[in-house]
Design a protein around this ligand. Structure first.
Ligand code: LLP
Length: 446
C-alpha cells in the first residue's frame, strides 16, 4: 500500500483506527473512503516547508472537491486554486475565504468571471490576450479592479503522461513564453487590471524536481524582463504537479517522487539562490495532498475464467474511477481482509461496464473469493471528481474517517436522482405516423 494511513491490522485493512470491512457493510459499495489524518499530514508537510519562507499553499480543488475535504484544508489555513464558478461556490460553502483564492483555467466564462469579481478573489491567472480584454471589460462594468497573474507556458517537458503534461508549447495552456512580455504590456494598459505576478503549471504526477527548476529559471528571467518594462510583480505561482507513490513501497519499478518537504525546499532554495527570495511563491498542489488519503472500496461480484485469463468482476467501474481507463494508470489493489484459505492467482480486476477499457487493475496477484472486498488505493485525487453516470450508474458514496469516527460526507446517488431533471416528450408531440413521415422527408434532404 502506498499510504501509511491505510494498513493491515491482524489481516484487516484499516484506516486510522477503523477497519474498513464494517464501513463497506454500513455504507455499501462502491465507496470512497478518505482519512482526515492523511490529508492533514500531507498539508502539514507543505506548511512545515513553507514556514518562515515567503510561500503559500493553494489546494487545487479539482483534485477532490468534496465539501468535507475543502473544510479540512480550510481549517488548516489553506488557500485554494479553482478553475470554475462551481469550484468557487464550493470553496465558499466549505468555509474558504475568497481573498485566498486564485482563479485558474483556460476558458473562464463571463458569468464565472463576474462571480469571482463579486466575491473578490485574490487573483485571476489569465491564459490569453482575449481573456485579459474580457476580464477588463467585466471589471469595468462591476466597478472592480482585478488582480492578474499571467499564466505562461514555459515550454518545459515534465516527462509525464501526455494527457497530464501541460507546459509544452503544443499544449493549449497559458500564454506562449515569447508572447508573455507583450501580454504584460497589454495588462498594464487596461485600466481595470493590475498585474501582480506570473504563473505556470507544467504537468501532473511529476516525479522529478529538475523540470520545476528549469521552469523556475525561465520564469524568473521573464519576471526580470517584465519588470524592466516598469511592472512590479510580487508573486510567482509555480502550479501543482508533484507526483505521489501509486505502487506499494519497495516495488522495484516504482519511480519515486521526491518527498513534499524536500521538493518545496528545493524550489524555495533555488528561488533564493537566483536572488528572488523577496517574491512570494505560490504552490498549487492537488494530488500530493489528497491522492494517498483516499481508497475506493469495491466488492467482488464474480470470479470468472476465460481461457487462460482470470477476471475479478467488481461492483466499481470506470465511471467510479476513470484513471486506469483514461491514462492506463496503476492503482494498487489489495483485499480488505487477507485470507489464508484461497490460492493466490493473477486476476484482471474489471467493472461491469460494457467497454473493454473498463478495468481497474491488470494481472494482480490476489487470494480472493466472490463477495470479498477489495481496496483500490491512491484514489483520493482525481477519483470521485472524475466519476460519471455512464451506464446509468449512480455515483458512489463518500466517507471521511477521523480517528475512530466515520462520517458520511456524500450520500450514494439514487437512480431516481439521475433522471429527475429529464423529461419525456410532451403528450401533444407528433404522433407515430407524423413522426415517421417527418423522418422520411428529412432523410431525403440529408
Ligand atoms: N494547478 C493547475 C493550473 C492545474 O491545472 C493542476 C492540475 C493543478 C494545479 C494540480 O495538479 P496536481 O498537484 O494535482 O498534479 N486527471 C489527471 C490529472 C489532471 C491534472 C490537471 N491539472 C489525473 O488523474 O492524473
Amino acid at each position: 500500500m502506498p499510504s501509511d494511513f491505510f494498513r493491515f491490522i491482524n489481516g484487516h485493512l484499516s484506516v486510522e483506527d477503523l477497519p474498513l470491512a464494517p464501513l463497506a457493510e454500513r455504507f455499501g459499495t462502491p465507496l470512497y473512503i478518505y482519512s482526515r489524518a492523511a490529508l492533514t499530514h500531507a498539508y502539514c508537510a507543505y506548511a512545515r516547508a513553507c514556514a518562515g519562507r515567503n510561500a503559500r499553499i493553494y489546494y487545487a480543488v479539482k483534485a477532490n472537491s468534496a465539501l468535507a475535504v475543502l473544510d479540512v484544508f480550510a481549517r488548516l489555513g489553506a488557500s485554494f486554486d479553482i478553475v470554475s464558478g462551481g469550484e468557487l461556490a464550493r470553496v465558499l460553502a466549505a468555509g474558504g475565504r475568497a481573498g485566498q483564492i486564485v482563479f485558474s483555467g483556460v476558458g473562464k466564462q463571463r458569468h464565472e468571471i463576474r462571480a469571482a469579481l463579486c466575491a473578490k478573489v485574490q487573483c485571476f491567472n489569465v491564459e490569453s490576450a482575449p481573456e485579459l480584454h474580457r476580464l477588463n471589460e467585466i471589471a469595468a462594468q462591476t466597478g472592480a479592479q482585478a488582480r492578474v497573474a499571467l499564466r505562461v507556458n514555459p515550454d518545459i517537458d515534465a516527462r509525464t503522461h501526455p494527457y497530464i503534461a501541460t507546459g509544452l508549447k503544443t499544449d493549449k495552456f497559458g500564454i506562449a513564453f515569447d508572447e508573455a512580455r507583450a501580454a504584460a504590456r497589454i495588462t498594464a494598459a487596461l485600466s481595470h487590471l493590475t498585474l501582480v505576478g506570473l504563473a505556470c503549471h507544467i504537468g501532473s504526477q511529476i516525479t522529478a524536481t529538475a523540470p520545476y527548476l528549469d521552469a523556475l529559471d525561465k520564469m524568473l528571467a521573464l519576471i526580470e524582463a517584465i519588470e524592466t518594462d516598469g511592472a512590479a510583480l510580487s508573486h510567482l505561482d509555480i502550479g501543482g504537479g508533484l507526483g505521489i507513490h501509486y505502487r506499494p513501497a519497495g516495488e522495484t519499478n516504482a519511480e519515486p517522487p521526491p518527498g513534499i518537504e524536500h521538493f518545496v525546499s528545493s524550489v524555495l532554495d533555488h528561488v533564493a539562490q537566483r536572488g528572488h527570495a523577496h517574491r512570494t511563491l505560490l504552490f498549487e498542489p492537488g494530488r500530493s495532498l489528497a491522492g494517498n488519503a483516499g481508497a475506493l472500496l469495491t466488492r467482488i461480484e464474480y470470479l470468472k475464467q476465460s481461457g487462460e485469463k482470470r477476471f475479478a468482476i467488481v461492483d466499481a467501474a470506470m465511471n467510479d474511477l476513470m484513471r486506469p481507463a483514461m491514462y492506463q494508470a496503476y492503482h494498487d489493489i489489495t483485499p480488505v481482509i487477507q485470507r489464508k484459505d484461497a490460492m493466490p492467482a493473477l486476476y484482471d480486476v474489471a467493472g461491469p461496464i460494457c467497454e473493454s477499457g473498463d478495468w481497474l487493475g491488470r494481472a494482480r496477484r490476489l487470494a480472493v473469493q466472490p463477495g470479498d472486498l477489495l481496496a483500490v488505493h491512491g484514489a483520493g485525487a482525481y477519483g470521485f471528481v472524475m466519476s460519471s453516470n455512464y451506464n446509468t450508474r449512480p455515483r458512489a458514496a463518500e466517507v471521511m474517517v477521523d480517528g475512530a469516527q466515520a462520517y458520511l460526507i456524500r450520500e450514494r446517488e439514487t437512480v431516481e436522482q439521475l433522471f429527475a431533471g429529464e423529461a419525456r416528450l410532451p403528450a401533444d408531440a407528433l404522433s407515430y405516423s407524423q413522426a415517421r413521415h417527418h423522418a422520411a422527408q428529412a432523410a431525403k434532404i440529408l
